[in-house]
Design a protein around this ligand. Structure first.
Ligand SMILES: [Zn+2]
Length: 403
């Protein structure tokens, strides 16, 4: 066996030399060369990716923190009732905090924010009343200025009509506004914009008098509060033609010119009866008024005299812009209220700049018994405004003209 082994051993190399290995082509592996710098870069790249992810996440979180509350706020504003348009404006104005904190909403508020005429100082009014305009804001401000508490004014706005509040501008300060509201409410059946009466007495006449603010202007306010100075006399007094007035009647030129135009127009109108009217009283100076009032005081006492004649300085006749009208066909001044001429003037006088100064139904505001014959010239513009407002001149003046 040993030999065999040897043979085997001997032959083996021979075999080896003869054997040709088939050439196997091995696929070439392009193994990356182990490059340390490349490894490092890979590591860095991985770090950069993590960092980037972190940054993106952070940005998302921050963005979310910033926008999600905003989205919730927008949604809450929407829930309160605001329109998309209003919400956008609320954000522009940065009012979202204020509105959301107190959950403020009214259709008024929404509307005015959209219209961009919202006024922050009247916020309570927006929340309370159905519709608001500049007149409401003005009335509100004037009452606050007069000394009324905000809560009382809001309560009045909540329960009363505009024209039920405006007399307060003329009245003395009312301590008990709840009682005033009740008084107004008790007269709802009979009261209207044309007639306003109350049970309470809200003015003490002549208690607080002051000089006429706009003395000399055609818009000057003369009443039981505002007095003309004893030496005031219009600079353009003229004597009226008898065609238009009682003999010797004196009037301010401006007023006289429009008076003649008005009378001409009335008389030119074609109707069943021809209208005929004239001014029976015009300018009266301070001394005349002093005598007149003095006579009444001697005869009836001061209290009674005050109901018949104005105290000197407080008569509108001293302005030269006032006339007492009479109808030729209807028995003069005292019956003017029953005449067709009066009806015509009620409809048309404002177009010539004249207003009925002491209307029936407004006695408690003007402080005068109804005087259908007593007309005042204030110019076409103001007369038309007063006419349309349905307010007395006294209220109109306090609301729109006085400081
Ligand atoms: Zn008069």
């Amino acid at each position: 066996m040993e030999e065999n082994k040897n043979i085997q051993e001997e032959t083996a190399p021979e075999k080896e030399t003869n054997f040709k290995m088939p050439k196997i082509k091995l696929p070439e592996f392009n193994l990356p060369k182990l490059d340390l710098s490349k490894l490092k870069r890979l590591k860095l790249k991985k770090n950069a990716k993590i960092l980037l992810l972190a940054v993106v996440l952070l940005v998302l979180v921050v963005y979310g923190m910033l926008t999600i509350p905003g989205m919730i706020d927008r949604n809450n504003l929407k829930k309160l009732g605001y329109s998309e348009e209003a919400i956008t404006k609320i954000y522009e104005l940065e009012w979202e905090g204020m509105i959301l904190t107190d959950e403020l909403y009214s259709d008024n508020l929404n509307r005015s924010i959209v219209k961009e005429n919202f006024r922050k100082e009247f916020l309570d009014l927006y929340l309370m009343t159905d519709s608001l305009n500049d007149d409401d804001f003005l009335l509100y401000s004037k009452l606050i200025l007069k000394g009324y508490e905000k809560a009382d004014v809001l309560s009045m706005f909540n329960q009363l009509e505009f024209w039920e509040i405006t007399p307060l501008l003329v009245f003395d300060f009312v301590e008990d506004t709840a009682a005033y509201i009740k008084d107004v409410d008790d007269h709802r059946v009979v009261n209207s914009q044309d007639s306003f009466t109350l049970s309470g007495n809200y003015i003490t006449y002549y208690a607080e008098t002051e000089p006429v603010v706009n003395q000399g202007s055609i818009e000057m306010m003369v009443n039981k509060r505002f007095a003309l100075s004893s030496d005031y006399e219009p600079g353009d007094l003229v004597e009226a033609r008898v065609r238009y007035a009682s003999k010797g009647l004196i009037l301010s030129q401006t007023a006289y010119d429009t008076l003649t135009q008005m009378i001409d127009a009335a008389e030119a109108e074609e109707g069943e009866t021809t209208l005929r009217m004239y001014a029976s009283s015009g300018y009266r100076d301070y001394a005349y008024q002093e005598d007149l009032y003095g006579t009444y005081v001697k005869r009836y006492g001061e209290e009674e005299a005050d109901t018949i004649a104005a105290r000197p300085g407080h008569s509108e006749h001293q302005t030269g812009l006032t006339v007492d009208m009479a109808s030729t066909s209807n028995g003069g001044l005292s019956k003017f209220g029953d005449s067709l001429e009066y009806q015509w003037m009620l409809k048309n006088a404002h177009k010539y700049g004249w207003i009925l100064r002491y209307p029936p139904g407004k006695e408690q505001i003007t402080g005068y018994s109804a005087e259908p014959w007593h007309w005042r010239y204030v110019g076409v513009e103001l007369a038309t405004k007063i006419y349309n407002s349905k307010l007395t001149f006294d209220e109109y003046y306090m609301l729109y003209m006085a400081d």
